[in-house]
Design a binder for this molecule. Structure first.
Ligand code: OOG
Ligand code: NI
Length: 469
């Protein structure tokens, strides 16, 4: 007889809830932000019945309340390998490869998240996970010192690793084990005021790059932010100061539009932490470190490869104009102006193959008589939509954007930090460390869209063969 296992989606929800509770006690501004986002979301839905209806229809309303992402930065290949095993138990898999070295940040990253429709609908919790690239530290002695410090730490509790092995061997975790797993894994993400290095060592690492100090000096990869999803990022950004939060000046990503695309994000510095460094004879042992910050995001429709290419091209154009000096209009105006070239109705986005949609039968479509259903099953999607027999719902973008992520990293690292690293993506090396290939995010959206088309056609064929009552 099959054993009863806790469902991975359920373990993920328990974990994401535990993480949110922990972060709320560690970073009080996170609690304030959650209240603001929830107020703005409620007001947005009340003012926009069509949005409310669409979200109810898509099953998006339930997930909105629990939706958030976090981020961690790891130090070694072994840590990355094991975090993949941990996340797999919660139904989270590596999606996408992000090379942040192009933006002067010595990491490369993936996002662990659910991949299938149902799991995403239940709880799309994601963790943006970066791996430090020690090979980008120029100073050989410092590189060796960092590697040596990292090799001595164990970021998982012995119990967490034991439960991972058990889950892998048996195919899942029972309910009590799942609870224990959540408690044990939470320890990996916890903040520690005690550094594992002396203040002098911290300073050396910090001088090489702030991020290197953040990864190497502590016992574990503390969760550095937890981001709720808002339905109106401009409203939240505007209201933040009223609640004592000061966001970075610029919202990353596309401009405000009628049809939201991809992802818009903004962040704020949350805390300067007091740190107890390892005592040493010639240095004091107390100091500070800024690790944790806050962030909000608004998600829009996922783009096809063609749509994404257009997005990247327009964003590059905005940035190039900026380097034209003081004659150039400010960033917000440039962004709005350049993005006028990006179609802004769902009809155009769909017909020009710029964005992904989930196709469903309308009530009229579902009520077609057998003969008409047979004809409808064979006709093309545009025709079905034009006749009101089917509708196209935007597929939400579930991933991240490298240029935006770089902006978020930069803002909490202190802004000015800009080391020049030669751009070099190393996806194969990353995957070797991870012990798995990362999913191609665009292929996942393509498949989701295709599944919906297949389901729609097969529903119509089913209707066609129904004997009239
Ligand atoms: C991750 C920054 C990237 C996002 O939402 O783009 C990120 C980090 O600072 O570790 O979280
Ligand atoms: Ni983030």
């Amino acid at each position: 007889m099959a054993r009863q296992f806790a469902h991975p989606d359920d373990i993920r929800t328990r974990f994401s809830k535990a993480m949110s509770e922990m972060y709320r006690t560690e970073v009080p501004q996170y609690g304030t932000l959650m209240e603001l986002v929830s107020d703005v979301n409620e007001a947005t839905l009340n003012n926009d019945p069509a949005l409310q209806e669409a979200m109810l229809r898509n099953g998006e309303m339930d997930r909105l309340r629990v939706e958030r992402h976090g981020a961690i930065r790891l130090g070694t290949a072994e840590e990355l390998f094991n975090i993949r095993r941990v996340f797999a138990i919660m139904g989270m898999f590596p999606v996408g490869y992000y090379d942040l070295s192009v933006a002067g940040i010595p990491v490369h990253s993936t996002a662990f998240r659910p991949v299938d429709d149902e799991a995403l609908r239940r709880n799309p919790f994601r963790v943006f996970t970066s791996l430090l690239r020690l090979e980008l530290i120029e100073d050989e002695a410092l590189r060796a010192e960092a590697a040596e410090i990292l090799s001595r730490r164990q970021i998982f509790t012995a119990n967490a690793l034991k439960l991972v092995e058990k889950a892998e061997a048996e195919g899942g975790l029972g309910d009590a084990d799942a609870d224990e797993f959540v408690r044990e894994v939470l320890e990996t993400f916890r903040w520690h005021n005690d550094a594992t290095v002396t203040l002098a060592a911290y300073k050396r690492l910090h001088d090489a790059h702030r991020l290197i100090a953040d990864v190497v000096s502590f016992k574990g990869p503390h969760i550095n932010h937890l981001t709720p999803r808002t339905l109106d990022i401009d409203a939240v950004q505007a209201d933040m100061p009223k609640r004592g939060i000061s966001p970075k000046a610029v919202i990353e990503g596309p401009p405000q539009r009628k049809c939201a695309i991809l992802l818009r994000q903004t962040s704020f510095k949350a805390l300067e932490e007091k740190i107890n460094f390892k005592p040493s004879d010639d240095d004091q042992s107390s100091g500070t470190h800024t690790a944790r910050f806050g962030e909000i995001e608004q998600r829009g429709v996922a783009l096809t490869r063609k749509g994404r290419a257009l997005y990247d091209q327009l964003l590059a154009q905005v940035r190039d104009m900026g380097s034209a000096g003081s004659a150039a209009p400010d960033y917000g105006s440039r962004l709005a102006q350049v993005f006028e070239a990006f179609p802004d109705t769902h009809e155009q986005l769909r017909r020009q193959d710029l964005a992904f949609y989930r196709f469903t039968l309308s009530d009229e479509g579902a009520a077609l008589a057998a003969g008409e259903a047979a004809a409808a099953a064979a006709s093309d999607l545009d025709a079905l939509i034009a006749r009101g027999l089917a509708q196209a719902e935007p597929i939400v973008y579930e991933d991240f954007l490298p240029v935006s992520a770089a902006g978020i990293f930069q803002s909490n690292l202190g802004g000015e930090e800009q080391k020049q690293y030669a751009a070099h993506a190393a996806q194969q090396a990353f995957e070797a460390d991870l012990g798995a290939r990362v999913h191609d995010e665009i292929a996942l959206y393509e498949q989701a869209q295709q599944r919906s088309i297949d389901q729609l056609r097969s529903a119509l064929r089913g209707q066609a063969t129904k004997v009239a009552a």
